[in-house]
Design a protein around this ligand. Structure first.
Ligand SMILES: *Cc1c(COP(=O)(O)O)cnc(C)c1O
Length: 365
């Protein structure tokens, strides 16, 4: 048996330890751990989704609907697009993989901003696609530099707004200017995993309009973040029929499980939950920013549910010490930002625990 050499060399996504395990190692219980490392939702899952799951608990012996008929119908009403313009995936991670399958082959190139979502890079490597990383400029996606990086091998460009891990956005006019200059044969993917946090805020564009103007523009959204369904794995893409058709050609027939379909369908109606989530993030953000100001810690203006902060010291060391106090955050050293951490905005108790622990760790330095 021989594993292909390039497969052995692939970098795998570094998943955090299960909370109970991490807790055990520091002599705590899982309830005592504050996990602010993966931009999950501290309010839990949409209650309408949970109720729908309970109601359907005895239906899981059936295969899911491989066409995602109901969910796609509801999304198409919500965004006033045709059902043929929507594809659903096992999380947006799967859709990123499907995009590579459908649009790229070995030695093709993709472009992403850096730092941005690591999956564009890791999944690209599986497809043996060369992913160019264009550095952010003042923590924002540098669209001029992205445009200049385009060459004859470029097949896909991954944009992310709000950008993980900075929380910064791409504005309407910048995006319009960019799209007018990108050759039509290159697919531009706009990953809006944090859309529900950013929509309605000043300068955040409603990019649905772009799919009507550009056949090479695809939006990705997910139920993992604001709807609190990360563990069920479900996300979707909106774009031109031809792109959606290509994605459907390369996916497995039952790529989205039945529980995820049921939960997502119900969650879309849960406006009450979404507004609670948004107000928790807004007040948590205000609290954290004022604490950071008092502590002299710089942060980027974030449109999402996390903040990138500059500790001006070895961030890996600080995050290890926070972990020993039961607070898990994401050190950005793997992204080349050695002095930065990304912290998810949690609920009031979690945010206070994080600030108190950070203060005590920094004082010990
Ligand atoms: C969290 C996140 C996703 C979510 O992916 P799922 O597979 O839907 O959970 C996608 N893109 C970015 C930038 C993210 O931060």
């Amino acid at each position: 048996m021989k594993v292909r050499d390039w497969v052995k060399n692939l970098v795998t996504y570094e998943a955090g330890k299960p909370i109970a395990h991490a807790a055990g190692e520091i002599g705590m219980t899982a309830d005592e751990i504050v996990k602010l490392a993966s931009n999950e939702n501290s309010l839990g899952s949409s209650p309408l989704a949970v109720a729908a799951l309970k109601e359907n608990i005895n239906t899981f012996y059936r295969y899911p609907d491989g066409s995602n008929y109901d969910l796609i119908g509801k999304l198409s009403d919500k965004y006033s697009v045709l059902p043929e313009q929507i594809a659903v995936g096992d999380g947006s991670d799967e859709i990123i993989n499907l995009i590579y399958s459908a649009f790229c082959q070995k030695n093709d190139e993709a472009i992403m901003a850096f730092p941005s979502f690591a999956e564009y890079l890791l999944i690209g490597a599986v497809h043996r696609v060369n992913v160019l990383r264009v550095p952010l400029k003042e923590f924002k996606t540098d669209l001029d530099a992205v445009k200049n990086a385009i060459n004859e091998n470029t097949k896909v460009i991954f944009l992310n707004s709000p950008n993980n891990p900075t929380g910064t956005i791409i504005k309407h006019d910048e995006l319009m200017e960019f799209m007018k200059n990108v050759p039509e044969n290159i697919l531009v993917v706009m990953d809006e995993a944090y859309y529900e946090y950013a929509t309605g805020k000043p300068d955040f564009p409603e990019t649905i309009d772009f799919i009507h103007s550009f056949d090479n523009f695809l939006i990705l959204r997910t139920f993992s973040k604001a709807y609190g369904l990360a563990g069920l794995r479900i996300g979707y893409a909106i774009g031109d029929k031809e792109i959606i058709d290509a994605i459907n050609h390369v996916r497995q027939p039952f790529n989205v499980n039945k529980a995820a379909q049921i939960a997502a369908f119900a969650a879309l109606d849960d406006t009450e939950f979404l507004s609670k989530v948004r107000s928790m993030i807004e007040s948590g953000m205000t609290y954290l920013k004022s604490e950071f100001k008092n502590m002299g810690i710089e942060y980027t203006e974030s449109y999402a549910n996390f903040l990138l902060i500059n500790l001006k010291t070895d961030a890996e060391n600080i995050s290890d010490k926070l972990l020993k106090k039961g607070v898990i955050v994401r050190s950005m050293s793997g992204y080349g930002l050695k002095e930065f951490i990304r912290v998810t905005v949690g609920n009031e108790t979690e945010n206070k625990r994080f600030i108190a622990s950070l203060k005590s760790v920094l004082n010990e330095e």
